[in-house]
Design a protein around this ligand. Structure first.
Ligand code: ZN
Ligand code: ZN
Length: 194
């Protein structure tokens, strides 16, 4: 079973969209939990350069993953948190923070999922750029399917249009992906969840 944890004040229509997408792609029951506030412990530290970009109030995605894992109900295999707030994580390359460090210490994300793991989180905050509501929802569906894919154990996939392709910091990668896993990713999912 997958449970969806909506964080206030994410749009209910977006929560339902994610439920639909996950039910269509994974042979698991999908249940929506009652909305909760975002944990204050996940709020980011103040970084002046980030605040100047108007991106001060963010939540650490890795803290959210731990929080979600701890609140996952018994009987659920995976928990996905949904928020309309900006989420971020420290981006490292071979253990070192990517340069410029002021930017990558608190790098904004679309989503993050433990691999393999039991929790993932998706933010709608960055999904409206250069698109309308319909385009935004397409992105949201793809990112949710991608992050649960990581939880199930999927790595980034080299196939051009596979949904498990690494977005490489670009929305374009997500827009170009089909809402489908390639055959080899699908085979791995089948093995793990059936
Ligand atoms: Zn990924
Ligand atoms: Zn693939």
């Amino acid at each position: 079973m997958i449970v969806i944890q909506p964080f206030a004040t994410v749009d209910t229509a977006h929560v339902n969209e994610v439920k639909k997408a996950l039910s269509q792609h994974y042979a698991l029951q999908v249940v929506i939990l009652p909305t909760q506030p975002l944990p204050r412990t996940a709020q980011t530290q103040y970084i002046p350069e980030i605040a100047r970009l108007g991106l001060g109030n963010r939540y650490r995605a890795d803290t959210l993953l731990r929080h979600l894992k701890a609140m996952k109900p018994k009987g659920a295999d995976y928990i996905i948190g949904l928020t309309n707030q900006d989420i971020s994580s420290t981006k490292r390359i071979k253990g070192k923070i990517k340069h410029p460090t002021w930017l990558y210490t608190d790098w904004g994300l679309f989503g993050l999922g433990a691999r393999p793991g039991e929790s993932c989180v998706v933010s709608t905050f960055r999904l409206y750029r250069y698109t309308d509501e319909a385009g935004m929802r397409k992105r949201l569906r793809k990112i949710a399917i991608h992050e649960i894919g990581h939880n199930i154990g999927l790595r980034h996939c080299p196939k051009a249009h596979c949904l498990m392709r690494d977005a490489l910091e670009k929305m374009q990668t997500i827009d170009e992906a089909k809402e489908a896993l390639c055959d080899s990713c699908r085979r791995i999912v089948k093995k793990r969840i059936q």
